[in-house]
Design a protein around this ligand. Structure first.
Ligand code: RP5
Length: 159
């Protein structure tokens, strides 16, 4: 089980790390790359070819501002791409719209602004269709999450 995480700048690392933490919790192999569709397009292209050859099953791509990176990646591979809009300006609305509004034929699944955690969760769900042991872990995780939520739902008297 292998997922690649690609983002446009070192300044995206802190947020994108959250996707990696989720994937590692589910014992998914993660490889991260700082690559940019406008700064190093050739290097991006080479990397996508090797991800295809190495049978990566999902790509999480984070970008801010004119966030074309996830769309460019999706145009060069049929590995499913999950885009993470990062908040660089305009509260992140610019990157959210750039990523979610992909024209017909080349989709990018898009999570909320800065929500790299959910990108990790969605990648786990995508892979769980193929791997029964991962599906079991995911169901156990959901069950635990639900139990913990219920435990916290009764507020103390001093609230
Ligand atoms: C995008 O531009 C990156 O994804 C980053 O979010 C934003 C700013 O990049 P830096 O100027 O910090 O390198 O390409």
């Amino acid at each position: 089980m292998k997922v690649a995480i690609i983002f446009g700048s070192e300044s995206d690392s802190e947020i994108m790390k959250k996707a990696s933490l989720v994937l590692k919790k589910f014992d998914i192999q993660v490889k991260g790359f700082i690559l940019s569709a406008h700064r190093v397009p050739e290097k991006l292209e080479e990397t996508l070819v090797s991800l295809e050859q190495e049978n990566y099953e999902c790509i999480i791509a984070g970008a801010g501002l004119a966030a074309h990176l996830p769309g460019v990646i999706a145009s060069r591979t049929v590995i499913p791409v999950i885009g993470v809009p990062l908040k660089g300006a305009l509260e992140g609305l610019d990157s959210l719209l750039s990523i979610v509004q992909m024209p017909r034929e080349i989709p990018v699944a898009t999570v909320g602004i800065n929500n790299a955690h959910n990108a990790g969760m969605l990648a786990v769900q995508i892979l769980s269709v193929k791997y029964p042991e991962l599906k079991k872990k995911l169901l156990d995780y959901r069950k635990k999450m639900k139990e913990e939520f219920v435990q916290r739902s009764v507020l103390t008297e001093d609230f």
